[in-house]
Design a protein around this ligand. Sequence first.
Ligand code: ADP
Ligand code: MG
Length: 503
Amino acid sequence: MLDQTLEVPKPKVIAGAKFDWELVIGLEVHAQVSSNAKLFSGASTTFGAEPNSNVAFVDAGMPGMLPVINQECVAQAVRTGLGLKADINLMSAFDRKNYFYPDLPQGYQISQLYHPIVGEGEVFVELGDGTARLVRIERIHLEQDAGKSVHDMDPNNSFVDLNRTGVALMEIVSRPDIRGPQEAAAYVTKLRQIMQYLGTCDGNMQNGSLRADVNVSVCRPGAYEKYQKTQDFDYLGTRCEIKNMNSMRFMQAAIDFEARRQIAILEDGGSVNQETRLYDADKNETRSMRSKEEAHDYRYFPCPDLLPLEIEQEWVDDLASKLPELPDAKKSRFISEFGLSNYDASVLTAETQNAGYFEKVARGRDGKVAANWVINELFGRMKRDGATIENCPVSPDQLGGIIDLITKNEISGKIAKDLFEIVYAKGGVPAEIVESLGMKQVTDTSAIEAAVVKIINDNPAQVEKAKLNAKLAGWFVGQVIKSMGGKANPQVVNKIVTEKLGL
Ligand code: ADP
Ligand code: MG
């Protein structure tokens, strides 16, 4: 359900046009299933292998070879469906989608047109400005990926690499519930996050593990509400499908361009052709690729090599019982258990490994302080180094140790940052480092008093000014702390400075 504290955003009206227009977007996301072997063969799915080294006979379309379904891929699709709160279909079936392409040696793709394994679900998408939208999922089906044609290695020849041929994909089809470019990116980000938590897709867009076909149409205000009430697509504008977007930035640019293109046509009295388009990032434009093909063009028919896929409810229940805690649940728990803000909880749960790290630091400590250290110091430092949590040089125990020293008043906040740098660069046990390098905070009043007196005596002019303006006491506090190498306890210094200046 939509979080009651979040508003549903109004659709963006597109600027610069004669009339007001609203955007309507539906996405078909292709997510590569994380599994060791392909959907119907035992060939490996390792990315970046020597071309044509991960190819079984059935992937190469050799005569007489038969597909055998990989149960792990089915389990991954079911887990994904459960993670998207979707209906799991205990009976699904595979169909052949017939077309010729050099990187598809079978001459057809095995997919699930009529009976997908996963039915309707939903994704809760927060937009970062206190608004959120619930995007409905229409279906998820399992299908084979095609191989890769390589056209840029030789001036006269094209090459084909069949390593990807037959790798399992989940096609996740949304309803047209997305209303702008940023929402589209937020939706894909959320899907990716959920699948990363589930371990069902690594979400790596650069390697092609996650690609989206983006359907875009525009309509006049009011039309979408009529669609919502009736679910009648006739109220919506004609859509174009932009194929194979594998970057969030380009996807947003493509949507923006496409909406403007359609509006210009409509305002000019023309009509939009339903077609498949390609986005050209160099020119920032979409171009027609082919007019929209229909299901019947592909001569879909049930794949005679595969029996319908029947799964047991008990198996689904078992998979459901073993699902990890998902992003929305983890985020609410971080808010309630550790007292985090919505923003901090979002940052910390964006990636499951980060969330796990934070939780180890926060256990038994002040959650907000832990969040502050993890987000500002640790993530900030890792960002500068391009490091990830997996190869982070500071363990949760070490960071926790630093926080404990601050909590026990043994080191000041400033020294803690120095200590963090030392641990980050050289490792070690924080408490031992503090001991051996003499970094402990000085709370001994006589030492602090001596330092205060010295600064006061050395700066008579400042003393006169401070007597007229109490705010200037801060200057003395800073000088004293500095003169003591940052180790003086600021509260104690503040107290003594105020006394000595007679403020
Ligand atoms: P196809 O398989 O021919 O691409 P689908 O019915 O599976 O067609 O729809 C593909 C996607 O297009 C879905 O994500 C759907 O939400 C979206 N869509 C359908 N109509 C519109 C529209 N008028 N504007 C934007 N998106 C749309
Ligand atoms: Mg489509």
